[in-house]
Design a protein around this ligand. Sequence first.
Ligand SMILES: Nc1nc(=O)c2c([nH]1)NC[C@@H]1CN(c3ccc(C(=O)N[C@@H](CCC(=O)O)C(=O)O)cc3)C=[N+]21
Length: 348
Amino acid sequence: MATAVIPDCSSPATTDGLLNFRGFRGGAVHLRQSVSFRSAKSTTTTRLMVMACETSAKVIDGKSVAKQIRDEITEKVSRMKETINVVPGLAVVLVGERKDSQTYVRNKKKACEAVGIKSFDASFPEKCTEEELLKCISEFNSDPLVHGILVQLPLPRHINEERILDSVSIEKDVDGFHPLNIGRLAMRDREPLLVPCTPKGAIELLHRYGIEIKGKRAVVIGRSNIVGTPAALLLQRENASVSIVHSYTKNPEEVTRQADIVISAAGHANLVRGCWIKPGAVVIDVGINTVDDPERPRGYRLVGDVCYEEVSKIASALTPVPGGVGPMTIAMLLSNTLDAAMRTHSFK
Ligand SMILES: Nc1nc(=O)c2c([nH]1)NC[C@@H]1CN(c3ccc(C(=O)N[C@@H](CCC(=O)O)C(=O)O)cc3)C=[N+]21
């Protein structure tokens, strides 16, 4: 994970830090205009106005919703075991020695154990071959004890990610990254077997907080295969009117300010400033960015894409980082694994 330099977002008029974000220069330049758009005349006026109508957004608590979902899964897993004597199984494939990947994989395995899902793991050295990985996946594909297969990303550069992900059986594709699952997600009247965990978790948070999506304007910031694109597709399936903002978008903050629902998955700390947000909008922050912090035991802390201090004064609801979408990603992985096992065994 890259360490980002974060701008001081305590002052709504500061744009300097944003100018560093490659591809979002246009956005940063427009920022001053949008601040004056919000204010009557001067920065001082803006501050006073913001303070005068200052309310705090509701915190969308992903950590507690994820716990609730894990409890629901625990119950279903034990009912399945009692009724048909099947225990859902998740295989996790890890390649290389990246510290962050090792931590994520460890957390996923712990989360599996806690709900009664059996975890299988396969670890490969950084310089393993595609053939070795394909063989491993093929074995998991035909193993009846394995219902879900996750290949931890990113893979080393010499490995063809497409070839590896395409080899996962679509029934076991708990990450939802197989092109058939994504293709079905993109088509009307088609049903993907499994949906990518992070965007699914983001939408689940909206559902569980009773936030209506149908007919709303939604903006997704970022268009990655694993978050931005599937998030936009999911919102569209929920009948939102969706725009995607990305590094070539000319006026990102203006587009974003139209949105009733914003899902940010750009991977830039403090990219989304208060003036990007329509008052009362709901903001889901999918970013996970590390910022050096010598006072933390790990030497860094996690921040999202959203300038939390600013946006919490303007949005009606907002997810924190950590404690927002992250825990939901893991909960959705467990849920996908349970779904895959239930489908295989026609268990309702
Ligand atoms: N094939 C694949 N599938 C993935 O789903 C996948 C992946 N590769 N590669 C890496 C990303 C990242 N990811 C996260 C999961 C949980 C948290 C999470 O639980 N975060 C906690 C904080 C964790 C901490 O404090 O370090 C939170 O936001 O509250 C974060 C990030 C899954 N990923």
